[in-house]
Design a protein around this ligand. Structure first.
Ligand SMILES: *Cc1c(COP(=O)(O)O)cnc(C)c1O
Length: 367
């Protein structure tokens, strides 16, 4: 018999089990209203301006988009004050992570360094690419362990990845600490800063190294339209990186991964200041409200600079998650992050936040 072989690193991938959809939960528990606060999506939905732009471009759907999204790249360059040769637009920032690992890291030789209990995409992509993935533990109170990362780097470390603000804690590293880390890494090692939630920090200049991007030779900053711009379903993100690396990525990439409607929508979203500002106001107001109310209910809340909060309830998290689900509220239990006693909840509309707190109170009373 002929033997059929697969790459060994593929064989022990577990199949991804997505959460139930809103429709499935309605049917299962006989509910008419379900509130989803599990995926850090925009509480205001899609911007009306963006919806119009998508409709207006529907007739162009038969055309190929322009490769590398040059119009969006140019707009981003203007907005960020960064030369557009540093910018690569992707099918979500997930695609940039994938391209970076595939182009920079040598399978079986190099390693990637990050820290425990973080966004699973880094580990997953490293594994798929056959690249060793290493983690250092977090500091006290889940702090981002930047010093420990600097110490754990070796000559085979091709990149260090941090998320700031961090998922799932919402903690953000200061621009000074990020600058120090970038400075001590070996010349051949990239510092990748995933800034998916940077819109929600205040003040931005205290947290993002983007403003001084030209001072760094090894810095990659990842951003996305999935959160503050409300385009998660269209899949658009980008990376700002050394020019020669951007050039390699563009040469090696699969063409046309960012579709035509996504590019148009992202350009419109960049100019839609009303929606962007309304999003930030809603998130910051809701974040304060949820923090205060969760504390009143006896939860330990991590101070968040993001559009979600991580908290440890005074009852088992997985059980609480199930009880909330039965009452039509979807949150994110953090067992898959290795934080089995905690839950992540994203900021919703004012009404959704209130309902969540009321129902959580009821559930905790029954414990
Ligand atoms: C949501 C999120 C992203 C965004 O991913 P996209 O592919 O751009 O939707 C990136 N990093 C982290 C840590 C996230 O939580």
């Amino acid at each position: 018999m002929r033997e059929f072989t697969m790459r060994p690193e593929i064989m022990d991938f577990e199949s991804y089990t997505p959460g139930l959809t809103i429709e499935q939960i309605k049917e299962l528990y006989g509910l008419t209203d379900v509130i989803k606060l599990a995926s850090n999506e925009n509480p205001l939905g899609a911007s009306p301006v963006v919806k119009k732009v998508i409709a207006n471009h529907a007739a162009s759907a038969f055309r190929y988009p322009q490769n590398h999204s040059p119009r969006l790249t140019s707009e981003l360059g203007n907005m960020l004050g960064v030369d557009e040769r540093h910018i690569v637009v992707g099918n979500g920032s997930d695609e940039i992570i994938d391209m970076l690992i595939r182009t920079k890291c040598r399978p079986g030789m190099d390693n990637i360094l990050s820290y425990s209990n973080n966004f699973s995409m880094y580990k997953l992509t490293a594994k798929l690419c056959g690249v060793e993935y290493r983690e250092v533990p977090r500091g006290d109170n889940y702090a981002l362990p930047l010093d420990a990362l600097a110490e754990a780097v070796n000559e085979r470390t091709a990149m260090v990845i941090i998320t700031s603000p961090d998922n799932p804690t919402g903690l953000a590293a200061s621009v000074d600490d990020i600058t120090v880390l970038a400075g001590v890494l070996p010349e051949n090692c990239l510092l990748v800063v995933d800034e998916a939630y940077i819109d929600f920090v205040w003040p931005p200049e205290a947290y993002t190294p983007m403003q001084a991007f030209d001072k760094f030779s090894n810095l990659v900053v990842l951003r996305t339209f999935s959160k503050a711009y409300g385009l998660a379903g269209l899949r658009v993100g980008y990376g700002v990186m050394p020019g020669f690396i951007a050039d390699y990525l563009k040469r090696a990439r699969i063409p046309f991964t960012v579709n035509l409607l996504a590019e148009e929508a992202a350009i419109a979203a960049l100019h839609d200041e009303d929606f962007y500002n309304a999003t930030l106001e809603t998130v910051m107001r809701g974040r304060d409200y949820l923090r205060d109310e969760l504390q009143k209910l006896g939860c330990e809340v991590v101070p968040s600079q993001s559009n979600f909060l991580m908290f440890t309830p005074p009852a088992p998290a997985q059980k609480l998650f199930k009880e909330l689900l039965k009452k039509g509220i979807i949150v994110r239990p953090l067992a898959s992050f290795g934080l089995g006693s905690s839950i992540r909840v994203n900021v919703g509309t004012d009404r959704e936040n209130k309902t969540f707190i009321r129902v959580l109170g009821e559930v905790l009373d029954n414990e």
